[in-house]
Design a protein around this ligand. Structure first.
Ligand SMILES: [Zn+2]
Length: 167
């Protein structure tokens, strides 16, 4: 349940069309509020796993602040966060940059897969994840299936986008 809480907010991608700029991170599911609600419910029902789930949900949204940012406080309708993958110039003229691609998602996708830093962090986190599961929670080893499903989704999208842009 705790692991599920850490990934569930990204399923809002299916509701992208309702989001500002069709960016799923502008939805309320990528703001700070759901984690507060989960945390408070965990306290009310005195359910430790739910309290920790509130934290794992929060960590996801918090980490998302650092690559592209999210609509963290929701109501100001403004993308928030250090957005380390983007230069100031790209941030200010983002629509122009997105227009260079047939599919705007390509801008984010290619930046990520062309970044050695991003790929190194990805590999390190994978090793860490395997280490912690194998040594501390081996009975939950099947949970890595979720990781590989996510990896498959992202890689297939990456090659799909590459094909579109190269045509
Ligand atoms: Zn996310």
């Amino acid at each position: 349940m705790i692991v599920l809480a850490s990934v569930i907010s990204d399923f809002d991608i299916f509701f992208s069309k309702y989001a500002k700029d069709e960016n799923h991170r502008n939805l309320i599911t990528h703001s700070v509020f759901p984690s507060i609600i989960i945390f408070v419910l965990g306290i009310i029902f005195y359910w430790p796993a739910l309290i920790i789930s509130g934290f794992s949900y929060f960590i996801h949204v918090f980490i998302d602040l650092f690559d592209w940012g999210t609509n963290f406080f929701y109501f100001p309708k403004k993308t928030f966060g250090p957005r380390l993958f983007m230069s100031k110039e790209e941030e200010e003229k983002l629509p122009q940059y997105l227009d260079q691609y047939k599919n705007p998602t390509s801008f984010f996708d290619f930046k990520y897969y062309n970044s050695k830093v991003a790929l190194t962090i990805e590999a390190l986190l994978f090793i860490l994840m395997m280490f912690f599961i194998i040594f501390f929670a081996f009975e939950y080893i099947l949970i890595v299936i979720i990781y590989f499903l996510g990896l498959y989704f992202h890689l297939s999208r990456h090659f799909h986008l590459k094909k579109i842009e190269n045509n």
